[in-house]
Unconditional design. Sequence first.
Lengths: 476, 473
Amino acid sequence: MTDWEMVIGLEVHCELQTATKLFCGCRNAFGDEPNVNICPTCLGLPGSLPVLNEQAVEFAMRIGAALHCEIRPSEFARKNYFYPDQAKDYQISQYDLPLNADGWLELPDGSRVGVTRAHMEEDTGKLTHIGASGRINAALAALVDYNRSGVPLVEIVSEPDIRTAAQARAYASELRGILVATGASDGRMEEGSMRVDANVSVRPAGTEAFGTRCEIKNLNSLRSLVRAIEYEAARQIALLESGDTVTQETRHWDESAGRTDSMRSKEEANDYRYFPEPDLVPLAPDAAWQEKVRAGLGAMPADRRAVLAAALGGAPTEAEADQIHAVVDLGLDTLVTTAADGGVPVALALARAANEVAAGGQAGRALDPETYAAALALESGGQLSATQSKAVLGALLERGGGDPAAVAKEMGFEALASDTLGAVLDEVIAAHPDEWARFVEGDDKLMGFFTGAVMKATSGKANGKEVAAELRSRRG
Amino acid sequence: MTPTAVSLAAEVRAGQRSARDVVDEALATVDAGDGQYHAFLSLMPDEARAAADAVDAAVAAGRDPGPLAGVPVALKDNLCTRGAVTTCGSRILEGWRPPYDATVVTALRRSGAIALGKANMDEFAMGSSTENSAFGATRNPRDITKVPGGSSGGSAAAVAAGFTPLGIGSDTGGSIRQPAALCGVVGMKPTYGRVSRYGLVAFASSLDQIGPFATTVEDAALLFDVLAGHDPLDSTSLPSQPEATVATVHDGVEGVRVGLCRDLVDGCSPDVVARVREAADALAGAGAKVEEVSVPEFGYGLSAYYLIAPAEASSNLARYDGVRYGLRVNAEDVAAMNTATRTAGFGAEVKRRIMLGTYALSAGYYDAYYAQAQRVRTLVMQAFDRAYSSYDVLLGATAPTTAFDVGAKVDDPMAMYMNDVCTIPSNLSGHPALSVPFGGGEDGLPVGVQVLAPALQEALLFRVAQVIEDGAP
């Protein structure tokens, strides 16, 4: 049996979150009523002309800079093909002279994937097929929404440096984090603002020559990406092992059936007849503009993960590493650093952000860092128990903010007075004389037993640290 | 003799004549006379009268009604007019009403000019005789057995017939200058980027330029001044604001270096060559320094043009697919509908150029055709630069012959294409050029002399043309 190796390259399209479209002044928005954000230019009416959106160029440059690309003098070209979602029956894209080229992206495991190019282009309208199978040739009718026509895209093409489905997932995930960090895109695969196509081939392990590749489309989630690559590689290996050959073609991932199907072969592929777009002038951002963009780039996810790891002091545990990833992916690291600056232990701030805040979804991303810091300070300062602290966070997320102390009070989470704690301890010790004796003799495992008993007796109102301190002082 | 735009605007501005009266008269004249010429595809009587009333109201209120107050203008039917049918002379856009005005249409309105109607043209501006219009040919008002030239033949004919003092055309390979020459009027192609293309239905985007028709050089300059200027809606629009050219039209040509370009007269009929030489003499007599010059690269222009223009056209005309506007011929699926619509909607010349251009851009042929044509284009530009290091303007014929018979060249595309041989170099270089009438041929039909100038030298172009106009027999 031959050992096979996958060779994978990804093409990622991301929509830029500019205020207006790439070549006209129409609003760039997702989810509006169909065909409200349209004008002669994005409808491709006769006589209309494109005018390049400066903010889109700036966003594209940010992406290029974040991917360590060279930003170059570039040019727009027309990609000619007929399709009803294409207002002009050509797409304005970049062809032989892309804005960004020759970059790389570092995966969390330290390996690097080359970025061939990251070029600008316009999105098409959105087709909805009505009736029959939903595929274009069997549909009864098609509706076109041109709100998306002319929305700015950046297409990021990787080198075929990826060798496993997991690596492909890590690349897409890391890239998404970078796109979000640049502010250029929201990276939402579920809304189609980030779309991934995978070029997959296989070759006998240890050989150099590339096998024949297939391009897989319709990958709407990271899970689809992994499943599709694994399916496709297995399909190609089975073909080759049975003495067959792989046909170069574009294949469609069917999520529900869990398989890829042929869309069109290389022979049927369009000749796009690219030529320089005569309605636009060449785009060559000068050094000053490039410098401004590079200087304005915020920290990228890898840097931000490093900051959190360093704040922990010492190597993160596996659980902490996962928490760091989640926190940075969700953009919650400001919560953690703000809380840490306020004296809250980093591990606590990290855990609460990665779990309770992350579970809050959009409310979590909207949580004010100072509010978060104040809430966790109540816990780390002993005024709230862990259970109470989590409940207070939940309430804050639900309400979209508030004063943590007031919320705690309102929920009845007031710290037990020290004398009350003493009385409760007296009762607990009296009820468990044998355990107390062993604890006094040095059996530290019983610390948890007594703490738990006190918590139970006080319905969680006691402060764990105070209980521990009291227990130690009584043991002498 | 119809009044000039300069005199008509002066009367309207002074309140001596109402714009409404001018427009009513123009509409009546067209109504009575255009049956024999077919200069117009459609008139805009309601819009024109409303615009005239607005001019008259401005005059009455003491506001400035604009430099072209009350002057009727014929618009080539490839300029978008909001709410008014714009067909490009094609079945595929029959009945299409744009939801917006071309930038030049807005500029005309601001100037007080009145858009009277939409003038006939070769379909999508592809042709040199206005016989390729899907809605019937235009005849030359000087002799209705002759073509008016093209593709802006309707606008040229409207001015030559005295329907409107001014016309607007578009010039991709000579489509303003050649019909101006054949109809005996002034026609001018500005520097590429000087006039906004926004709202001009594209034929070949890197070559198309809008420009004026008029009966006099001064009128043409006045209209050019109104049309020219930066437009943020056109990325290829030049940023600088041009200076008015009309003020210097009569400044003469003392000391101007004129290159009589052999390559722009060789091969033309003897009467045309004779008129060009007489025009050169007129310039010399007015103090210009005239020399003969050869720019052999111009000879390659035609071949390069007939690759670049169709290539761009094949892409520009893809949008006429039956999906969003214009003609739709239903069929079993989308691709079949596209094909049926385009088969029915486009005429033979348009189809020929779409196929030619598609071929020139195809994988495997791009370098041999499109890329090679672009290299030739660069050569032509360099040749112009070399010539302009010694001369301020170049002089030549506009068209090889006077107006030819209707039907004479419709079955011979190459013979038709040869009409553009003298005008194409300026489109390839993006430089301004104009045609000014100078006497007649042996058949008594008008001859046009072409003046070519470097980029942005429109004022000089008009000064030279004015001297030729003054010296015309």
